[in-house]
Design a protein around this ligand. Structure first.
Ligand code: NI
Length: 494
């Protein structure tokens, strides 16, 4: 039984909502449900969008069995946030990292931070989705948004590889490019009823070779996708063209057939190892029964960790436990989706969990509906995975306006910034991170760190020891603030 896979299946939004509303957590004695019933997948929140068919994406927690690393880097001037998986395979990881880093570099060159402080900051947000998985084929797609001061655009880029042999496939390895290109040109007139400005001719005789997305539908149809402005007017969004499974069948190479199978009927890449392991059962954990700490008398500080959970979070939990330190974790929905058991471990250890949104977008640039979706999807996955209902929001980049505060209030969340920025995200230096934390912390401080960086996690034992030696007592943000109010913004406590 592959319970993990059932959870990974994709369901329409309506089914997802009703499943969440009516299902109680499955226990190992519960009979297998007749149809896939993912307990919490929020894939609907993160699905790709484009003009035409888009591939379904899988629940990334499947990869929690694999040595996946999610990297990210973020800046406050140019707002850049990127996450991508690495699989511990040299060639595959180099290809993935290469794509993300070159996209970031290009963005930094093309859209430098404006000198006018009133001008909006350029923003690049790159995340990833799992397209397909089997022991011999994994597909991912980078999904990006960039804002360049005047206009915003979306981009995507699919990557396919064989983890068993550390092989990276190019799009031309999956199909007969000539045959698919011919089929795309044949499809062009009918597709133009939806994409009126569609024109493949600038791409020459091999439009498939210029495609930025190659994927399959759940039925095995081939989806070929292009970036905004690539084959149609920019307003038409990213464009996809679909070649039916029956038509594409003779065009697929052996690798293409494996890719199609891995997307239509995905299997856990760890195969037998996890096939018999039971599905994790959500643990309902109460918020920490905080020891009665009186911050009117004690020198209290709160240590906070953003952007996780990630690959180093469990190590961090060990350091916090050793120092008997409660912390506050501002989690990203997409990271909880990838690391649900780590999120549960954080809750179980009694730490506070707050919301850092789903995808780390600058909220001040989003509509109220989009802000609400970023917040509530993350509240939902935290609650479903850990049993904890968050009451705090930390907006990405600390970017706040009245709309953000209003949406936070509606969601019952206090807005929590910080007054000690260790710059750990920038220096990536353990000694500098420790030094900044010990130098800048005062009574009531809220200290900002990121548990997705190895160097930051490594700094925690010395920060704890150093501040405890100075007489500080660590508390959660809620304990530091006393009774934080929804929609109100805080940078420090008493
Ligand atoms: Ni962040």
């Amino acid at each position: 039984m592959r319970r993990a896979w059932l959870r990974a299946a994709i369901v329409p939004v309506a089914l997802l909502l009703s499943a969440c509303a009516t299902q109680s957590p499955m226990s190992s004695s519960t009979p297998e449900p007749p149809s896939p019933t993912p307990s919490v997948t929020t894939a609907a929140e993160t699905a790709l969008t484009g003009n035409g068919d888009v591939p379904q994406v899988l629940d990334p927690d499947l990869l929690e069995h694999l040595p996946v690393t999610v990297h990210s880097q973020s800046g406050y001037q140019q707002r850049i946030f990127a996450t991508w998986p690495e699989f511990g395979k040299p060639k595959i990881d180099a290809a993935i990292r290469g794509y993300y880093l070159s996209t970031i570099k290009q963005f930094e060159q093309d859209y430098p931070q404006p000198t006018d402080p009133e001008a909006p900051s350029p923003e690049l947000n790159l995340d990833w989705h799992l397209l397909a998985a089997s022991p011999s084929m994994i597909g991912i797609v980078a999904d990006g948004y960039q804002f360049a001061g005047a206009d915003a655009s979306d981009l995507w880029h699919s990557m396919w590889f064989d983890p068993s042999t550390d092989t990276v496939y190019q799009p031309a390895d999956l199909v007969n490019s000539y045959a698919v290109s011919t089929a795309l040109v044949g499809l062009e007139p009918s597709r133009r009823t939806m994409v009126t400005t569609l024109d493949l001719s600038p791409l020459g005789s091999n439009p498939y070779g210029a495609a930025t997305l190659v994927a399959f539908t759940g039925n095995g149809d081939l989806i070929v996708g292009f970036d905004e402005c690539q084959v149609a007017a920019c307003v038409e969004d990213r464009v996809t063209m679909t070649i039916p499974a029956t038509t594409v069948a003779p065009m697929l190479t052996a690798a293409g057939k494996r890719a199609q199978a891995a997307e239509m009927d995905p299997v856990d890449p760890t195969t037998t190892a996890s096939a018999s392991s039971p599905s994790p059962v959500p643990v309902v954990t109460p918020q920490p029964t905080a020891k009665k700490v009186n911050c009117k008398k004690l020198k209290c500080v709160a240590i906070t960790f953003d952007d996780g959970p990630g690959a180093y979070t469990k190590q961090l939990l060990g350091y916090l436990k050793a120092g008997n330190v409660p912390a506050t974790f501002f989690m990203l929905g997409q990271q909880v989706d990838t690391y649900p058991s780590t999120a549960r471990a954080v809750a179980k250890a009694g730490h506070e969990i707050g919301v850092h949104t789903w995808s780390h977008r600058d909220l001040t640039r989003l509509s109220p509906i989009q802000i609400d979706k970023e917040i509530t999807s993350t509240v939902d996955i935290i609650r479903n995975e850990t049993g904890v209902t968050p009451t705090l929001l930390r907006p990405p980049y600390g970017a706040v306006n009245s709309t953000v505060r209003k949406e936070a209030r509606k969601a019952g969340l206090a807005v929590v910034l910080w007054n000690v920025d260790t710059l750990d995200w920038k220096t990536r230096s353990t000694p500098k991170t420790v030094k900044a934390a010990l130098r800048d912390t005062r009574r009531g401080s809220i200290i900002l760190l990121h548990d997705i960086h190895k160097t930051s996690v490594a700094a925690v034992p010395d920060i704890i020891a150093g501040l405890q030696a100075k007489g500080y007592t660590f508390v959660t943000v809620t304990d530091l603030l006393g009774n934080p109010q929804p929609g109100v913004m805080y940078r420090y406590g008493r």
